[in-house]
Design a protein around this ligand. Structure first.
Ligand SMILES: NC(=O)c1ccc[n+]([C@@H]2O[C@H](COP(=O)([O-])OP(=O)(O)OC[C@H]3O[C@@H](n4cnc5c(N)ncnc54)[C@H](O)[C@@H]3O)[C@@H](O)[C@H]2O)c1
Length: 255
């Protein structure tokens, strides 16, 4: 098993890709701390993993709130006794986020808080444990939209994911000499609730997006989880500061 006994803290592990990662990591021998703000989703994720013979515990957490992160990380550390993997997955893409011309300050701040401040806070409270162990792997979920412009803008989301990449590189350089590596994944469009709830609701919009995709399909959560599994495992010991694009080829598509 590729994650035997590794304690993996995953934010947003109650739904979408985070949930799939939690289940897969548990099947690979990981001990999973589910940090999730949606209580029923977190409870359900924990129950499913346990019913499959895996080890998991849910900690209620709004990853954008310092008090909440501090309490959840303390709870996870107390329960498991160490933290090997920090998987910063939680993120939002609200419909109200559009162009700078018509996005409110409230929407901008909310997106930045959930997508960027969460990684700052999770790192602030988890990295000290990893440094004590002289080992750890941080996986930050950015997005392909951080790498290219889009004529249907989501400016707060795009900027937030650019910040995720920059922060990843800074963490990678600071902490790898003390055993902690940091990498980012840029997923292309993946069929999760985040996408299907509005971007793919309309069949015409869906077809336009698919026409740009050389792989002929949207991504599946498993496509990203496979990459994250590599980054969580010791196989990626010499991978640090990398920005790994897993997008079916869409960012290579000029026309
Ligand atoms: N789906 C895509 O096409 C796509 C593409 C590129 C990047 N991403 C990124 O991948 C990550 C996961 O996306 P997804 O599609 O699985 O999303 P999703 O909306 O399907 O699931 C996100 C999960 O995170 C939880 N969550 C949201 N805010 C939280 C917070 N403040 N604290 C704790 N938990 C919180 C939600 O309750 C939910 O369970 C996000 O960072 C997203 O930006 C998604």
């Amino acid at each position: 098993m590729r994650l035997q006994d590794k304690v993996c803290v995953i934010t947003g592990a109650g739904g979408g890709m985070g949930r799939k990662a939690a289940e897969r990591f548990a099947r690979e021998g990981g001990r999973i701390a589910i940090l999730e703000r949606n209580e029923s989703a977190g409870v359900q994720a924990e129950a499913v993993i346990r019913s499959q013979g895996g080890e998991a515990k849910f900690f209620a957490c709004d990853a954008s709130s310092e008090d909440s992160v501090q309490a959840a990380v303390a709870g996870a550390y107390q329960h498991f006794g160490r933290i090997d993997v920090l998987y910063n997955n939680a993120g939002i893409m609200p419909e109200a986020d559009h162009s700078v011309l018509d996005t409110s300050v409230e929407t901008w701040d909310m997106v930045m808080a959930v997508n960027v401040r969460s990684i700052f806070l999770m790192s602030k409270y988890v990295v000290p444990h990893m440094l004590e162990q002289s080992a750890g792997s941080i996986i930050n979920i950015a997005s392909f939209v951080a790498l290219m412009g889009c004529s249907v803008p989501q400016d707060a989301y795009t900027a937030s994911k650019g910040a995720v990449i920059s922060l990843t590189k800074s963490l990678a350089i600071q902490f790898r000499p003390r055993g902690v590596r940091s990498n980012a994944i840029c997923p292309g469009p993946i069929e999760t609730p985040l996408m299907t709830e509005w971007l793919l609701k309309d069949e015409a919009a869906k077809q336009v997006r698919l026409s740009r995709q050389p792989s002929g399909r949207f991504g599946r959560p498993e496509d990203i989880v496979n990459c994250a599994l590599y980054l969580a495992s010791d196989e990626s010991d010499w991978t640090n500061g990398a920005v790994i694009v897993v997008d079916g080829g869409i960012t290579s598509n000029y026309f």
